[in-house]
Design a binder for this molecule. Sequence first.
Ligand SMILES: Cc1cc2nc3c(=O)[nH]c(=O)nc-3n(C[C@H](O)[C@H](O)[C@H](O)COP(=O)(O)O)c2cc1C
Length: 181
Amino acid sequence: MNSVTDGKVLLLYTTREGQTRKIMQRIKATIEQQAATDLIELLPDTKVDLTNYKAVILGSSIRYGAYSKVMKKFIDDNYATLNQLPSAFFGVNVVARKPHKNSPETNLYTKKFLASIKWHPTMAAVFAGALYYPQYNWLDRNMIRFIMWLGKGDTDVTKPMIEFTDWQKVDQFAEKFKAIM
Ligand SMILES: Cc1cc2nc3c(=O)[nH]c(=O)nc-3n(C[C@H](O)[C@H](O)[C@H](O)COP(=O)(O)O)c2cc1C
């Protein structure tokens, strides 16, 4: 097997309500035009052998100001191998619905996260996520509602889903990755 042209692409993500999975599934559709993929949810006991892959995309969402600890640990444990591969990171949060806060440089969660790790992804992006007010517990619903109110966002907790994700931006990211992997 030629390890440069063959091999699979790993699509590894963490999620709470499923939006990061939905974004990764959308990316998978584009990547699969060129290579096979493994779409895997990273849980605390997930075992992944990066040597099986020719390229990697990692995605994670923000909850109360922080990306997943499980994702951070995975990166800390594997940064040396990740740095050898064509790779990308994308973050998901609702602050990124604002055009001036939707890049790795202007989205502070993502800027700080990328500065805190030794992995230097070939590409990085930030996508706006979604809110599912009726699914949250009382505390989360009211906290998010308050945060949205502060940011002049949608506070209608009766809406089943409020999706901010720019799918065209997701597709462009996937196309760009396809060209470098
Ligand atoms: C309890 C909770 C806390 C959140 N905290 C933040 C936050 O601090 N900043 C932000 O921009 N988005 C925040 N979000 C929005 C999520 O990042 C957004 O809903 C995202 O789509 C979640 O992706 P996931 O379903 O893949 O976990 C929060 C959402 C919830 C439910």
